[in-house]
Ligand binder design. Structure first.
Ligand SMILES: Nc1nc2c(ncn2[C@@H]2O[C@H](COP(=O)(O)OP(=O)(O)OP(=O)(O)O)[C@@H](O)[C@H]2O)c(=O)[nH]1
Ligand SMILES: [Mg+2]
Length: 198
């Protein structure tokens, strides 16, 4: 996919701030620091359009990025960040849940999980949540560059088992730094959104 146009449309907290048109949206969810913002940047080959950080908790609003005026990525604040207060966490999860459960524009959801580690309880809950949404979703295993290729199968099997998946087909190893998995992810996006190959 050639991305000739990518821009931040709005950073939203409330549904009233969401864009009002019919453009389809591809949302990302995953725990803090898993690599959601880096995933967007690497896919569209822009260094820092979505702001990233080595510290968890960087993305704190729903950020809508218009791509080629054909669809939007929605970067969602990460879950599971321990160093915030209970009240803050509650407000946060409400913001995320409102978007994920009510947004009609959302046509595809990527769940990002760190390929190196067993999925967390929240990861498993997100997978169940996605399953119940009745919407196409795929699981992106981030930071694949940190695992030796010879061990990839072991990690894929671990995820298949822990998430009770029928096969490893829903799992996409990905590396924002090395670019592994980019083509496969663009294929998923293009086919689900029925984008013309540009
Ligand atoms: N080696 C490696 N590092 C990565 C990869 N993706 C992200 N990182 C690093 O992981 C850290 C977190 O990345 P972000 O993209 O900011 O993570 P995020 O999920 O958006 O985090 P929040 O906004 O806090 O929810 C940064 O230091 C990135 O450079 C990857 O594929 N490989
Ligand atoms: Mg982020």
């Amino acid at each position: 996919m050639h991305v000739h146009d990518a821009e931040l449309v709005i950073s939203a907290v409330n549904p009233s701030q969401y864009p009002q048109d019919q453009l389809p949206e591809v949302a990302l969810a995953g725990r803090s620091n898993v690599g959601k913002s880096s995933f967007i940047n690497s896919l569209i080959a822009r260094k820092n359009l979505a702001r990233t950080s080595s510290q968890p908790g960087k993305t704190q609003t729903l950020n809508f990025y218009a791509i080629n005026q054909a669809f939007r990525f929605v970067d969602v604040p990460g879950y599971g960040y321990a160093r915030v207060s209970k009240d803050f966490r509650l407000a946060w999860s409400k913001m995320i849940e409102k978007y994920l459960s009510q947004r009609e524009n959302m046509e595809l959801l990527f769940l990002l999980m760190d390929m190196r580690h067993e999925p967390t309880r929240l990861d498993r809950e997100m997978k169940d949540f996605a399953e119940n949404l009745d919407l196409p979703y795929a699981i992106v295993l981030t930071k694949a560059d940190k695992i030796k290729p010879a061990s990839w199968n072991k990690h894929l099997s671990m995820y298949k088992k822990a998430l009770e998946l029928p096969s490893v087909d829903a799992l996409f190893p990905y590396s924002a730094t090395k670019g592994y998995g980019k083509e496969e992810i663009w294929d998923v996006i293009s086919s689900v959104l029925q984008l013309k190959n540009e």
